[in-house]
Write a protein of this length. Sequence first.
Length: 485
Amino acid sequence: MSGVTPNPSSQRVIARQPYLPPLVILAILAVIGTITFLGPVIKPVLVATFIFFIIQPAAQWLTDRGLSSWLSYLILLFVVLVAGMLLVRVAYQNLYDLQRRIPQYEDRAIELLSNVPGIDVDEYRRSRPKPPIEPQPYKPPQPLTPPASPPTGTAPAVEELETVVPVATPAIPVDDPGTVEPTSPMPETSDVGAEPTTVDGDGVVSDETPLEPELTNSDVPVSAEIDVDPVVPPAEPEVDENGQIFRQALPPREEAPAGEQLEGKTLLELFNVTSEAIGRVLVGTAVEWLEGGLMVLFYLVFIILDAHRLPNRIRRALPETGEKVVEMGEDINQSITDYMRVKTLVSLGMAVTAAMMMAVFRLENWPLWALITFLFNYVTYVGSLGALVPPTVIAFLQFESPIAAGILTLLLCGNRFFWIDYVEIRFAGRKLSINAVLLLVSLAYWGSFWGVTGLVLAVPMLTATKIALETFPSTRNWAILISED
């Protein structure tokens, strides 16, 4: 009943009752506090009511075409469930693809930041993890086969000897020169550094050494390098006056330089974000949303079944003021239904137009950004602006030409301006007529307690409060404070 103006008699009643304004303020604060405290219980009910207002115009349209009320709502529930499953599938596929592209976006972001004066990304480039080295299969070492001994009295060519390892042999007493034979082509070592001696076939000791197997770098197995930490001397404990140790000092810990602290870290690791943490958050969020969705569906079914019987019960329960309460409920219903109809059509139109623009430019994961555009527009003012951030950032990271990314950004901003600042304001803004500052305060309050759900429900709850205050003459002046006029 927003068109009714306050009459002088109601103003005289308010003047005679100075306690009425404080009671109204206390009542509003009590309702807000109760809803905030009982959030886990009331939030699913409010979300179900919100969805009921969204599907009610379509159900009414089907009813006018000859279908029964329960069949209309049953069809709409089936459509909502199927559409929700399809949207979840599209979002999951695009999020998985986006996760695989994160390293490419990191490289592109580093390349763009390197062109900004005052930002040094060379240190981060050096500290990025190297690709892992694939392990090679183990090959057993080949046995060393000594080459054939050259004839006695001939020396090998110098260029054939890469490395000659002198091996000392013990002196062999010669009693019978004709019976002594060399026991091994590689005699055992007895004294390191002794002059190499050999015994020829006639038992004569000579200074010439037989040829030893040539050992090259490829034949010598290379052991793995072992990093040995430097030995840190233990710190001296602190002693009191009696010589008793009261504090055992820890050895000093060496801090790595700033550049080495970043070594081997990605952007996610620099911000202390691990894949396990992301997985826990995603799984926890999915379980929470599934549980909340089942509760909302449960409440929605009962709201649909009880909606057409509620006005008659109110009239029977409140014979004097029941009709006025029913009129207030009808006004709230009509106002929120009109607002949600306009909001849904605007969100759908803006999302479809943005999807066409992003598809023409071949922006990666454009279905995900179009879905975000559709959903975020239900958050008044800030939602449509926040939906512009992801596609804009991805455009500058994907396209080599900043001109193409800038053109797409301008088109998306123009699309948002047309649908929000022209279409939505023209068809829904004047019907709401809510003060902008109070609306922002409501968004901040409910968003801080209920998150995204509070941001979506802030405007419908404030609209319902304004209409309820306009219904009764004693509270109509408070509705004027909320309105924008």
